[in-house]
Design a protein around this ligand. Structure first.
Ligand SMILES: *Cc1c(COP(=O)(O)O)cnc(C)c1O
Length: 423
């Protein structure tokens, strides 16, 4: 266990409210727990039904294949496509790689230009960077201060060399939902393929590849209460028929687009997770929005100098990204070490870098570092939200008591006019 430095308000003396167990998980954009109903659906495929779905000669194979085909139907029903248009992968990182590299390779005679945006997941950004090294031209669209792209920017970026636009459905840090239907319509008007990383959206808000004009879509099991290490790629078969060059060679599984023995229990779990999400989406979204707005209102009432990041009118139900200005992010996280949330710092290296997503919105490094991403999910309760907000308020007030900057601001000193002594 890491030692708690400085802040000792974490050791609460009061007994825990009923139904609250520590630590509290509120980081559902990073991953979600497996729904027990999903595990139940998977169990037979982890034990008795162990066949290889590609074995065509006996019942072991047929049973496994039946489980896989049912899952294909369940996923297709959730996103409004046909079962034949689903390709199974090891997760959304692979789906994004396969989609972008596969299209780049297949359509490179037609053009070498790809458009994406600066706030994409690394699985998209780093894939594009790799293609850039191979001679493709990549446009990284900026986002507005609210996290949404400007459709005019997209229109202006498309030229006669453009083969693909890849814009995420919903952002994993700030929860903003892009105008996907309009983006897709523009792409179709310009005869450019449209891929979307829909990991955070699928199962949370309505996603329909036909209504939304999507050609290729990535999704992942573990972001919607399914298992880790399994995902899917939707590849449109009509109007237009999309072709993807395979990135992994072998037995020719998944219509040649993704070779490799299928992860049958994982796929069955992903299918079950999609069916549950579809049945419960409406009521669950309503519940999470209520919890999120309650959390926000409580924090805003008790604390000054907070700000909410990302457009809240086009937003995921369970996401709240908030900055607590004049508080140091690391101390904040240490103060709430019995709560699992994410901060506005990406600890990708030894040095703590501010999140590139928050920076793209125009946040300064200090504000980005003071930001917390709350990811509410299916298993969070109101009692947990109460515990989290009370605790956070305590810690922020305490840290600000120690903060000379906060004191100066309170005294009316304009921090931007101060000349700091150089070290
Ligand atoms: C988690 C996530 C991914 C990566 O998915 P994996 O299945 O973990 O590889 C890609 N994009 C977004 C937006 C994500 O949130």
């Amino acid at each position: 266990m890491p030692e708690t430095i400085g802040v000792n308000v974490t050791q609460s003396k009061e007994p825990l409210p009923a139904g609250v167990k520590l630590p509290i998980y509120m980081d559902n954009h990073a991953t979600t727990p497996l729904d027990p109903r999903v595990l139940e659906a998977m169990m037979p495929y982890l034990t008795g039904i162990f066949g290889n779905a590609a074995s065509r000669n006996h019942s072991f194979g047929w049973e496994a294949e039946a489980g896989v085909e049912k899952a294909r139907e369940q996923i297709a029903a959730l996103i409004g496509c046909t079962a034949k248009e689903i390709i199974f992968t090891s997760g959304a990182t692979e789906s994004n790689n396969l989609a972008i590299k596969g299209i780049a390779e297949m359509y490179k005679e037609r053009g070498n230009h790809i458009i994406t945006e600066v706030t994409e997941h690394k699985a998209v950004l780093d894939t594009c960077k790799k293609l850039e090294k191979q001679g493709f031209r990549i446009t990284y669209l900026p986002v507005k201060a609210d996290g949404l792209i400007d459709l005019e920017d997209l229109r202006n970026a498309i030229d006669d060399q453009t083969i693909l636009v890849s814009i995420m459905y919903a952002n994993n840090e700030i929860g903003v939902v892009q105008p996907i239907k309009e983006i897709g319509a523009l792409c179709h008007e310009k005869k450019v393929l449209f891929h979307t990383d829909a990991v955070q959206a699928v199962g949370k808000i309505p996603v329909n590849v036909i209504n939304d004009n999507i050609d290729v879509l990535s999704l992942s099991g573990h972001k919607l209460y399914g298992p880790k290490g399994v995902g899917a790629l939707y590849v449109r078969r009509r109007n237009p028929r999309v072709q993807i060059s395979e990135q992994q060679n072998g037995g020719g599984h998944e219509r040649g687009m993704r070779s490799g023995t299928l992860n049958v229990p994982g796929i069955v779990g992903l299918g079950a997770a999609c069916e549950i999400a579809m049945n419960e989406m409406e009521s669950e979204a309503k519940r999470e929005i209520e919890l999120r707005d309650y959390l926000r209102a409580k924090l805003e009432k008790a604390l000054d100098y907070t700000q909410v990041n990302g457009n809240m009118d086009h937003h995921l139900p369970g996401n709240l990204n908030m900055s607590f200005v004049y508080v140091e992010g690391e101390s904040l996280l240490m103060g709430i070490n019995d709560i699992a949330v994410s901060s506005g710092s990406a600890c990708t290296s030894a040095t703590l870098e501010p999140s590139y997503v928050l920076k793209a919105l125009g946040l300064g490094d200090d504000v980005a570092h003071s930001s917390i991403r709350f990811g509410l999910g299916r298993f969070n309760t109101k009692a947990e939200v109460d515990y989290v907000s009370d605790k956070l308020i305590d810690v922020v007030l305490h840290l600000r008591e120690l903060s000379p900057l906060y004191e100066m601001v309170k005294e009316g000193i304009d921090l931007s006019k101060i000349e700091w002594a150089a070290h």
